[in-house]
Ligand binder design. Sequence first.
Ligand SMILES: Cc1cc2nc3c(=O)[nH]c(=O)nc-3n(C[C@H](O)[C@H](O)[C@H](O)COP(=O)(O)OP(=O)(O)OC[C@H]3O[C@@H](n4cnc5c(N)ncnc54)[C@H](O)[C@@H]3O)c2cc1C
Length: 427
Amino acid sequence: MILIIGGGLAGMSTAYHLGDREHLVLEAEAEPGGLCRSREIDGFVFDYTGHLLHLRDERIMRLVDEWLPGTFAEVERKANIRSRGATLPFPFQANLYGLPVDVVKDCLVGFAESLGVALPDDPATSFEEWSLAVFGRGISDAFMLSYNEKLFCRDPKEMTADWVSWAVPKPNLEEVVRGALGIENRGMGYNSKFRYPVDGGIGVLPAALAERVEHMRRGVRVVEVDLDARTATLDDGERLSYDELVVTTPLPGFLDMVRGGAADYASLARRLDWSVVACLNLGVDRAGIADGAHWTYFPDPEVPFYRAGFPSNFSTTVAREGTSSMYVEFGVRRGAAFDSERAAAHATDALHREGILEPGDRILVSDWIRIDPGYVIFDRDRQEVMEQVVPDLKSRGVHLIGRYGAWTYSYMERALLDGLELAESLR
Ligand SMILES: Cc1cc2nc3c(=O)[nH]c(=O)nc-3n(C[C@H](O)[C@H](O)[C@H](O)COP(=O)(O)OP(=O)(O)OC[C@H]3O[C@@H](n4cnc5c(N)ncnc54)[C@H](O)[C@@H]3O)c2cc1C
């Protein structure tokens, strides 16, 4: 028996690909899908902040087309950055034009100086050192370090860079100079196009997968795992035996519920760190918000959130006619108090200052979502814990997959692939 903890994309993909091999998915919530669900409030459909599908793997493309033929539209990204009164196309480093000239000068000089610097390949390199080597001082201070500190709520000197190299495009000198002169560099980065459902939110994806997963129990939470006896205990006291255990639940919580084995798993759990995302969803009584932008990054410290996105600009079906929707994302240090009423007031002030909300706009819907954990923090402790825990648990038949089981920076396609690849190896 293969027990799978969690019916998000990773857990359900494992089950789907296991086929006839005996398995069971245990999902704590009544509705499977995890972070990839959508929720509808008064005619507005919100995802768990923006969830845009980026597909590169042929096998996953084929599956999504098979499960949901004609459901996804391919959309060209319209993302920008608001900084120091200017609106720049994404990515920052290749579109400096419009910033104050002294900032552009510092960015150009710093980037030119960084050209001779070898890229660090030591895994212990801090995120700050990595950013300085790749982009130089000016771009690092104006965007890379300030934005990521807001997102992760940790000092970039204390974080490592092992999550980032694939996701952040390094421009060449010509691209930086073109961007500084106002010649736009379009289509850079891993996400220059995305897919989004023509009708409804991203929740259509896990819903289609759930229809194809036969062996799933919903509303059951795993509360204890005995590594020696190979049993999982549910919140109603029932105990289930397994040969292999697939874990997609957040790793620190899993390590806390483990009994037996050879390590002090609870102490290892305490060395893992993460940030929380507090997301304010808004419905606004005006169509065409933010000039059709899909999302905007806010690196400056005066703006309390790090990003805002506009789902009604991905698909008109997620908002009522004549209205717009948006989500505003705050990074919160884990364990820290967060006053959502004050945050909402600060957010609306900042949205007015930035010209996203206009005088006379009425908020029709206001709704908070808390994602905890939100972002895994990569640091030396994470590296050491993962080096110990992954092989140790694997040798006991426990497989860590998905964004939070593998405790990594990951995305929907990767969650589906994690399930596919693990199922292939277990079959
Ligand atoms: C703010 C934010 C924005 C994102 N934007 C994008 C994007 O634009 N594009 C993209 O591709 N990806 C995005 N992602 C990542 C994407 O959401 C995830 O990679 C993917 O949905 C993770 O799926 P998963 O199955 O690994 O985990 P989850 O979705 O977290 O699923 C885990 C499941 O386990 C269940 N569970 C937890 N504990 C237990 C327990 N003890 N017992 C039983 N069940 C349990 C949970 O209820 C949940 O259903 C974003 C993530 C965040 C946080």
